[in-house]
Design a binder for this molecule. Structure first.
Ligand code: SAM
Ligand code: SF4
Ligand code: SF4
Length: 368
């Protein structure tokens, strides 16, 4: 078992006296934004690199051999990530998700998981450490990740048909490699979910096959609406398959019933098969927006803070603070300031801003 990293407060008070910072004996610190949404989940992009080139995320025309990825010196080091994560945890974060880019391409990711999983909240609870991965490199790493303290993994898989998979990921990787990673993760004792981004005319024919494959496996398959994230994927609304349509398609053969949300900030609507074969999820960020309940903050690969997936600008440069000798208290203040002033609700105003020349940050950099 890794040692517990003690969380030290610099002053007697763990947080500033800002009005939206509250403390509760039951749940510890709660930091609310300007729309009363608590900061609960931290997504850390550990690399902007990836071994795939999914057309909806890193189109090869843009992310080709001439694309300049962040140099190593600009990445937050593992130690810097852990230090910043400690500040987030002191401010109320309960879940940390490692993402990217492809997190399994970041050297030392297992050590990072181990150090993060040793963090404790100010009520002494463990922090939930999860990862989102394309699964291609997972088979040989699943057990080590579990041993290091990873509790959950979401594997992205858009098709079971190799040709469709390779078209979506613009790669020569195989579905078999991802399925082997999923099996290894299950054997290792990780909770596994699958994310399937559905693009009309590309992989919508795989919906039923995927549903049938993951029924009765204990794995939750979540259908993700294709989003207009970033500025390079050429998103068009007619390529979005509304989540409702997917649920109706599946339900026509295998009846589904809507379940209650499991917790605040849960972005997926959950549906159970009435025959007891498990459940599916739908992440309808285009047709059924959930900004009112968005509890996520994002740390980019180079240590910038973003308060929305569709952001154009970062709200703070934590790497600059870290590398210029600022204290943990200064870092906490920068985070607080960012979150308390947060008013983001892009998905709710998507139609109003459609057509404006937005320069949205790419998902591989900000962390999906
Ligand atoms: N490389 C890892 C992976 O693919 O799982 C982690 C990073 S990826 C950016 C995180 C998630 O974002 C994946 O589940 C991916 O399918 C999803 N994603 C990327 N671009 C998307 C888009 N335009 N619309 C919807 N989901 C997207
Ligand atoms: Fe890579 Fe994940 Fe983006 Fe696909 S979705 S290109 S696997 S970062
Ligand atoms: Fe959260 Fe921004 Fe997505 Fe709304 S659009 S749910 S604020 S990340």
């Amino acid at each position: 078992m890794p040692d517990v990293i003690p969380i030290q407060y610099i002053n007697s008070s763990p947080v500033s006296s800002g009005e939206s910072v509250q403390r509760s004996l039951m749940h510890g610190v709660v930091l609310n934004d300007a729309l009363h949404r608590p900061m609960q989940d931290l997504r850390i992009s550990v690399t902007d690199r990836c071994n795939l080139r999914c057309t909806y995320c890193m189109p090869r025309e843009i992310f080709d051999q001439n694309h300049v990825f962040l140099p190593r010196s600009e990445l937050l080091t593992l130690e810097e990530i852990v230090r910043v994560a400690g500040s987030f945890v002191r401010l109320g974060v309960r879940k940390i998700r490692l993402t990217g880019g492809e997190p399994l391409m970041r050297r030392g990711i297992e050590q990072l998981v181990e150090k993060l999983s040793a963090l404790r909240t100010n009520t002494g609870d463990r922090v939930d450490i999860a990862m989102t991965s394309n699964g291609v490199l997972l088979e040989a790493r699943a057990q080590t990740l579990k041993n290091a303290g990873l509790s959950r993994i979401t594997v992205s898989l858009d098709a079971l048909d190799d040709a469709i998979f390779q078209r979506m990921t613009d790669s020569h990787s195989s579905v078999g490699s991802v399925l082997a990673g999923i099996v290894a993760a299950q054997h290792a004792g990780l909770l596994v979910k699958i994310n399937m981004v559905v693009k009309r005319g590309v992989n919508d024919g795989e919906i039923m096959r995927m549903a049938e494959y993951f029924r009765n496996t204990g794995i939750v398959l979540r259908f993700v609406e294709y989003m207009d994230v970033g500025s390079t994927n050429g998103w068009a609304i007619d390529e979005v398959v509304p989540a409702r349509e997917i649920v109706e398609t599946i339900s026509a053969r295998y009846p589904l019933v809507l379940l209650d949300a499991s917790c605040t900030g849960e972005v997926a609507s959950r549906w159970a098969y009435t025959d007891g074969a498990g459940e599916i999820g739908q992440i309808a960020s285009v047709t059924h927006v959930f900004c009112h309940d968005c509890t996520r903050i994002r740390l980019s690969t180079d240590g910038k803070l973003y308060t929305c997936l569709f952001a154009e600008q970062s709200k703070a440069d934590l790497r600059a603070l870290l590398r210029s000798g600022h204290s943990d208290e200064d870092i906490a203040h920068a985070i607080e300031n960012c979150w308390q002033n947060r008013t983001d609700r892009y998905s709710e105003i998507r139609n109003e801003v459609a057509g404006l020349p937005l320069n949205k940050i790419e998902m591989s950099y900000i962390g999906g």
